[in-house]
Every structure is written in structure tokens, then in C-alpha cells.
Design a protein around this ligand. Structure first.
Ligand SMILES: Nc1ncnc2c1ncn2[C@@H]1O[C@H](COP(=O)(O)OP(=O)(O)OP(=O)(O)O)[C@@H](O)[C@H]1O
Length: 301
């Protein structure tokens, strides 16, 4: 397997503060690799090193098997967390300028910009200034700035922040189709549900260190299943007294139970069948959010 993006044992120090400590990533072509962690974990610093904007103090980064070189500017696209558009300049003017900087012909860039504005259902923004747009719509333009030149490697830092649910879906769909077209995508987020939906492999950072890494499905399967969902036709009393059941929450449609041992799930099912008719019984895998809280636990600020 060849990896378009390889980060090996990379560290970055600011004074006596370690921003990133020996991170390693291998990102395949056609995958969205998730970099996740709380504020200050080291995600942006990692991305800035991958982009060649800052240099690692230790370790190596390789793009298509080679070290940093000028042509990477046109190979990579970056959606920064801090938005960087000029408020008073016309959108077409600044996007076309950026596209030309990355090696695109103006006519080709213009076609691409119009195509993206159509896709995001905002064709009339071509002649508008950034300051006239809502924050969410500025975000769409920032996204276009990252992809206009058709980059092979995309670095998306908190791509969905500040967007309403409809636009989150629109950008999610776009990121997935870029993946399906074979782009290599490094995607950071502190929103676990986005990572869970999009990413095949993840690296979880906490205070500059990697605390969990690998294939998301395998990671989830390796954690105990401690949540049981139960729906019955009538209410049941006494579930909380079953051995190994640590909590019972009754919601609109049934119960959510926490268990401390796998055998408790069968006890719950048996008890429920004895006392009512079971409509749904499911032993749930932990969500990524639960795994994160479990890993970070009391250290989480
Ligand atoms: N230029 C800098 N000078 C000094 N310290 C820095 C600098 N850039 C980052 N840091 C520190 O490095 C650590 C990692 O920051 P980074 O921005 O990479 O985190 P992050 O995971 O992207 O967080 P967030 O989600 O808040 O953006 C933080 O403690 C931050 O204060």
C-alpha cells in the first residue's frame, strides 16, 4: 500500500510548550482521515506542518513519497480554521487570484468557480463581496477556495464549524464525493459524530499526545458494549435491580440501560420477556464520543 501522506514521529515545540508530540499518520488515497481532540490538542499545528507552513522540530513528513517541494502548493488544498478571505474584495476576484497562485489558468479557474457556486446553490455570489455574506455562506466560499484548483490532498480544519444543519449536510456530501473521486483528505474536528460518519481511520490527540489511533470500526469493536436499548409494549419495574445493571433511563420510546458486565445484557432480555413483550433489544457499540470521554476521562478540561 502506498500512502500519499505520511507523517512519522513528528514533534513541534513552542518555547517550552510541546504543541505536538511524536505524531504519526498514514493517509490513504480516497480516504478521509480523522484527527480529533479537544481545543489545544495539537490538530491545527499538525495540519500546518503537513501543509509545510511550519516545520517540525523532529520527525518526517512525506507527500507522495517525497519531502517538501514547491509543487505541493498546487497539490494541496487547505481550509483553515481561521477564515482568511478579504471582506471587501469581490469573491470572484479573490478566488480566481488564489487559483492562479496555485497554478491554474484563469479561464479554467473561472469555469471551476462557477461550477462550485452552482453546486453550493449560490451562483449570484460571483460578484458579491465577502462581507455581504452570512458567516455560514462565507464558509462555503472558503471551502471553494480550498478545492478550486482540484488538489489531490485536502486538509480540512474544523470544516463544518459555524454552519447550519442544512449546510453541514451539503459540505459533508461534498467531502464524501471528493473522497470517492480519490482525494486524500485529512479532516480535523472536535465533533465526534462528524468523524464517526466520515472517517475510516482516526488519530485521537490529547494535550499534544496520541491517545488512540487506528481503524475506527476496529477501535469501536475493541471497547466493551455497555449500553443496552430496550423497548417493550408496557412499562417494566425492577430493571435497575438486575445484576450488573448500573443505570436505567426511561425515555419516550423505551429504556436505555448501562451495564458493567456483558452477561447483564442477557439478563435484561430475559427479564423483559418475562414481564412484557419486547419490541426492540440492542446491545450498542460505544459512540466515539463515549470512547473519547472514557479515554480522556477526568483529564478532560
Ligand atoms: N504559534 C504558537 N505559539 C505558541 N503556542 C502555540 C502556537 N500554536 C499553537 N500553540 C499551542 O500548541 C497547542 C496546540 O495547539 P493547536 O492549535 O494545534 O490545537 P488544536 O487541536 O488545533 O486546538 P483548537 O481546536 O482549539 O484549534 C496549544 O496549547 C496552543 O496553545
Amino acid at each position: 500500500m502506498t500512502y500519499p501522506l505520511v507523517v512519522e514521529q513528528v514533534s513541534k515545540q513552542y518555547g517550552d510548550k510541546t504543541a505536538v508530540n511524536r505524531i504519526g499518520l498514514r493517509v490513504k488515497q480516497g480516504e478521509i482521515y480523522g484527527l480529533l481532540g479537544a481545543n489545544g490538542a495539537g490538530k491545527t499545528t499538525t495540519m500546518r506542518m503537513v501543509l509545510g507552513l511550519i516545520y517540525p522540530d523532529e520527525g518526517n513528513i512525506r507527500w507522495n513519497g517525497q519531502g517538501y517541494r514547491e509543487e505541493l502548493r498546487s497539490l494541496m488544498g487547505y481550509l483553515p480554521e481561521e477564515r482568511g478571505l478579504y471582506p471587501k474584495v469581490k469573491i470572484s476576484e479573490q478566488i480566481l487570484y488564489l487559483a492562479e497562485l496555485r497554478g491554474m489558468k484563469r479561464r479554467e479557474a473561472d469555469r471551476s468557480l462557477k461550477m462550485w457556486l452552482e453546486q453550493f446553490e449560490v451562483p449570484d455570489y460571483y460578484n458579491r463581496k465577502v462581507e455581504e455574506l452570512s458567516k455560514g455562506n462565507q464558509q462555503k466560499i472558503q471551502f471553494i477556495a480550498a478545492v478550486i484548483h482540484n488538489p489531490e490532498i485536502l486538509i480540512l480544519d474544523e470544516a463544518f464549524s459555524g454552519l447550519d444543519p442544512v449546510n453541514v449536510e451539503l459540505l459533508k456530501k461534498t467531502v464524501k464525493s471528493l473522497r470517492d473521486e480519490g482525494r486524500t483528505i485529512l479532516f480535523s474536528s472536535h465533533r465526534m459524530e462528524h468523524v464517526e460518519e466520515l472517517c475510516e481511520n482516526i488519530c485521537m490527540l490529547h494535550r499534544s499526545n496520541t491517545i488512540l489511533q487506528g481503524n475506527l470500526k476496529e477501535i469501536k469493536a475493541s471497547f466493551p458494549k455497555e449500553r443496552v436499548v430496550l423497548e417493550t409494549t408496557t412499562n417494566i419495574n425492577g430493571l435497575e435491580r438486575l445484576e450488573g445493571v448500573t443505570s436505567v433511563n426511561q425515555g419516550l420510546h423505551g429504556y436505555e440501560l448501562r451495564i458493567a458486565q456483558p452477561e447483564s445484557a442477557q439478563r435484561i432480555l430475559q427479564y423483559a420477556m418475562e414481564h412484557s413483550t419486547v419490541q426492540r433489544f440492542q446491545v450498542m457499540e460505544p459512540t466515539l464520543n463515549e470512547i473519547f470521554i472514557q479515554k480522556v476521562g477526568s483529564q478532560h478540561e
